[in-house]
Design a protein around this ligand. Sequence first.
Ligand SMILES: C[S@@+](CC[C@H](N)C(=O)[O-])C[C@H]1O[C@@H](n2cnc3c(N)ncnc32)[C@H](O)[C@@H]1O
Length: 325
Amino acid sequence: MAPRHARSGSLLTGTSTPSRLARASVTPLLVPVLETPTLGDREFSLLRDLIEREAGIHLTSAKKALVVARLGRRLRALGLRSFGAYYDLVSEPGGASERVHMLDAISTNETSFFRERKHFELLEDKVLPAWREAAAAGRRSRYVHAWSAGCATGEEPYSLAMVLLRHLPPHAGWHIDILATDLSTRALDKARAGIWPIEKADTIPGEYRRAFMLRGVRAKEGTMKVGPEVRAVVRFAQLNLHADSYPVPRHCDLILCRNVLIYFDQGARARITSRLLGHLQPGGYLFLGHAETLHASCAADMRTVMPTVYVRRATESGGAGGGSG
Ligand SMILES: C[S@@+](CC[C@H](N)C(=O)[O-])C[C@H]1O[C@@H](n2cnc3c(N)ncnc32)[C@H](O)[C@@H]1O
C-alpha cells in the first residue's frame, strides 16, 4: 500500500525524480496569506465617522474587531497594506464605488423567512380580515401598498407577499405592490435572485411553502426558489434610510422596518422613523424589530397595537379603514 502522502497526491513522494522536486520548489503551492493590518484608533475614528455620515450606521468602539474583519477583506481584495490607505481611497470623491463595497461589507444582513412570526399572525388574524371587510363594504380599495425598508436578502418582503397573496388573492380583485429596499447592493442582488439553500424553508409555514416555493431538482437539488406569483408582486431598489427624503409612495398601508433602526443612534432613529411615517397613510401599520420601539417624538401620530406594531391614527378627514387606491 502506498504511503499516505503519496495517495493524497503530494508531489513530495519517495518516487519523485530530482527534476520534479526542482519544479515543485519553484512553483509554490501555497502563497503567504496577506495579514490584516492593525486598525489604529485614528483610522478607526475616520472610518467610523465616514460610515456614520454615509449610512447613519453607528459603530461603537466595541465594533472595532468587526470593522477589522469586514474591511480587512476589502483591503486584501484591493491589495492595500493599511487601513489609512483604505480610508484615503474610500473617502476621496472618486471613491464612490468603493464606498458601496464598504457599506456592503459593514452591513449585517441577517434575516429569515417569517422572522417574528407574531407580526404575520397579526396580519392574518386581524389586519387583513378587517381590510377584506372594509373593501366589501366599499370603505377601502383593493390596492395594497407595502414597503419593506431594510429588506436584506429578501426573506422579509417575500414572506409578506405570501401572506398578502393568500389572504387578499388577485382573483378576488386585490392588487399587491411591495417595494423592498436596502442599502446593501450585495444583499439586493441575492434578494432579486430569490434562491436559497433548502434549509431556509424550515421557518416557512407548510401552507405557504407548498403554495409558493419551488424546490430545486437535479443540478439545483438542495436549493429552493421563490415562485413567480410571489416574485411578481415584489420589486427591489437600493435606498439609504439615512438620506433626507425617500422616493417612495406616500400612501403605504404597511411599512416593515425591522431590525434596522438598531444600527442608528437616537437622533437618527427619530429622524428616520418620522420620515417613514410620512409614507404611511392614516390607518396604515408600522412594524419594527423586536428590540426597537417607536421614538417618543412620533408617538402622538401612532397608536400601539402590540409591542413593536403601531397604526397611524386617522386624521379628521381620513378613516382608519381608508386604504389606498
Ligand atoms: C439585520 S437586517 C434586517 C433584515 C429584515 N428587515 C429582518 O428583520 O429580517 C438589517 C438591514 O438593514 C440594512 N441597512 C443598514 N443601514 C441601512 C441604511 N442606512 N439604509 C437602508 N438599509 C440599511 C442592512 O443592509 C441590512 O440588510
